[in-house]
Design a protein around this ligand. Sequence first.
Ligand SMILES: Cc1cc2nc3c(=O)[nH]c(=O)nc-3n(C[C@H](O)[C@H](O)[C@H](O)COP(=O)(O)O)c2cc1C
Length: 185
Amino acid sequence: MSDWFKSLEGVLAQLWQGLEQGVADRSAPARHVTFATINGEGWPEARTVVLRAAIRDRAVLEVHTDIFSAKVASLSVRPCAELHVWDSETKLQTRARCTVAIAHGEAVAETWAKVPDPGRQSYGITPPPGHPIATALAYEKCPVLDSFAVLTCQIERLDAVYLGAQHRRAVFIRGDNWAGQWCAP
Ligand SMILES: Cc1cc2nc3c(=O)[nH]c(=O)nc-3n(C[C@H](O)[C@H](O)[C@H](O)COP(=O)(O)O)c2cc1C
């Protein structure tokens, strides 16, 4: 779509197209998104994750992780996150403010069954992620369903910044059915 940045609907459509591409295409900018949370002490925490699903009609994004990771502990206290992506091709920054539901165990067995073996290696480690170890490789990977968690991120607010010749910014809110509002960039 040319000149997509000139209308609110165009920006919203471009933003979702970018997220959907991230799920489908390993080399797309939104494949690896920054996932930010707030820990129990109020510190922000940002890390890279793979975007596993982007469902526009439900305004949902999905991320997979280790249930014993720090981000899950943080989300258990404050179920809020922001996902961020910068697409240098389209010159579009997307930020998605979300409330996050953590699912694990039998509830995610079907999803786990579809995770290929190399991918499974990321979920399940002894000692748990972030635990101090005596030497760099003093850990074992032990991928099991019990370590796997699916983070379902319900988007509440989208903030898009377009850095073309003229900068534009638009904010979309779930509560007003994504009507959109231009903002000063
Ligand atoms: C390219 C890349 C992709 C990553 N994908 C994921 C992912 O999908 N899920 C995940 O939990 N961690 C992923 N990680 C690791 C996280 O960035 C992070 O180091 C790890 O989850 C521990 O974070 P935490 O201690 O803040 O929970 C990825 C790291 C990189 C560099």
